[in-house]
Design a protein around this ligand. Structure first.
Ligand code: F6P
Length: 361
């Protein structure tokens, strides 16, 4: 403890709001201890490059970034280093190049800011190559185990809530059913939080199956009470009634979630003749200024991560539990995929408000 250290920091996986706030916190705390911080470019790609790609980070450089979206370091959510896609179409294990990059830079430790997939890859690299790794959880999906907050989630909920607030007026003006499709992969955290906060009438999440006839009943019940419109929020990985997810394939043959809102809109129109419209929020949820809560969590996580390194405690991830920053072994956090528990407070809240949230049986 106490000696000058050189630490690396990288952001990996999809970007989100609050990443720069976390980088800033790490730089402030580490520089305050007299350490050097190297920002690794484009996640593990920066360590794989010859020579490794990095920027030495100073307080003056990161200070203005508190409110900026994205990640100043760049990121990637492609290219598993253990099966890295090569130009000739083959897959190559390039893990040793990344490990060599870490040692070449003379790093004492590495802070990896990522979601469950990125943290799993970073941990495997760390185990294989003697990397002193500390993890910070980030993802708008909020699906990482043992943390109530991951950086980026709160901002995404704010954006989705604002979208519902805006859609409310146009839905009412035109007597329409409007369906807002939000991200979240296989976890419905964004949909349920924004749906309650934004006054949705129907919330559909991957964890709870739904019935089209029940959605239509809800719309008709509202009409009977003189409410001529309906707001539905749906999480991208919700399954159709046949149990299929709806995906879109681009011209490279890559498949992505997308299209469940239009599927529902067509079903509802067919069933009750309602006029429907869809809004797919997409990457807007990942952009822009981080909410105060995301900045707060990012700051707390950044400081805690540096303190873990100062205490020589590696292979741990910082977490947020009951308004406290705690630490857990990365292995434990990534072993659990955190979906919406059907017994969760928000599920009970939504049902108590009369929101249709699918059927448990
Ligand atoms: O995991 C974060 C996330 O935003 C998901 O909610 C979404 O399904 C996915 O990333 C989108 O990834 P991409 O940026 O590759 O389109």
């Amino acid at each position: 403890m106490g000696e000058c250290k050189r630490i690396g920091i990288l952001t990996s996986g999809g970007d989100c709001s609050g990443l720069n706030a976390a980088i800033r916190a790490v730089v402030h705390c580490a520089c305050g201890k007299g350490w050097e911080v190297l920002g690794i470019r484009q996640a593990t790609l920066g360590l794989m490059a010859h020579p490794p790609q990095f920027t030495k980070l100073e307080i003056d450089q990161v200070d203005p970034l508190l409110t900026s979206g994205g990640t100043m370091l760049g990121t990637t959510n492609k290219g598993d280093p253990f099966a890295f896609p090569m130009p000739d179409g083959s897959l190559c294990d390039r893990s040793e190049e990344i490990i060599a990059g870490y040692h070449q830079l003379g790093l004492d430790a590495l802070i990896g800011i990522g979601g469950d997939g990125s943290l799993a890859i970073l941990r495997r690299l760390a185990q294989q190559g003697g990397i002193n790794l500390v993890g910070i959880p980030k993802t708008i999906d909020n699906d990482i185990g043992i943390t109530e907050h991951a950086i980026g989630f709160d901002t995404a909920v704010n954006i989705a809530t604002e979208a519902l607030d805006r859609l409310h007026f146009t839905a009412a003006s035109h007597s329409r059913v409007i369906i807002l499709e939000v991200m979240g992969r296989d976890a419905g955290h964004i949909a349920i939080a924004a749906g309650i906060a934004g006054g949705a009438d129907v919330i559909l999440i991957p964890e709870i199956p739904y019935r089209i006839d029940r959605i239509c009943d809800k719309i008709k019940q509202r009409q009977d009470k003189g409410k001529n419109y309906c707001l539905i929020i749906v999480s991208e990985a919700v399954r159709t009634q046949e149990g299929e997810t709806v995906t879109m394939t681009n011209r490279l043959g890559q498949s992505r979630y997308g299209g469940i809102s239009q599927y529902l809109a067509d079903q509802i129109s067919d069933c009750i003749g309602a006029e429907t419209r869809v809004t797919v929020l997409g990457h807007i949820q990942r952009g822009g200024t981080a909410s105060p809560l995301d900045r707060l969590v990012a700051a707390a996580f950044g400081v805690a991560a540096v303190n873990l390194i100062d205490n020589g405690k590696y292979d741990y991830m910082v977490t947020w539990q009951n308004r406290q920053v705690m630490t857990v072994p990365i292995a434990e956090a990534i072993a659990q995929y955190r979906t919406v528990d059907p017994e969760d407070t928000l599920v009970k809240t939504a049902r108590g408000l009369g929101i249709y949230l699918g059927d448990l049986q």
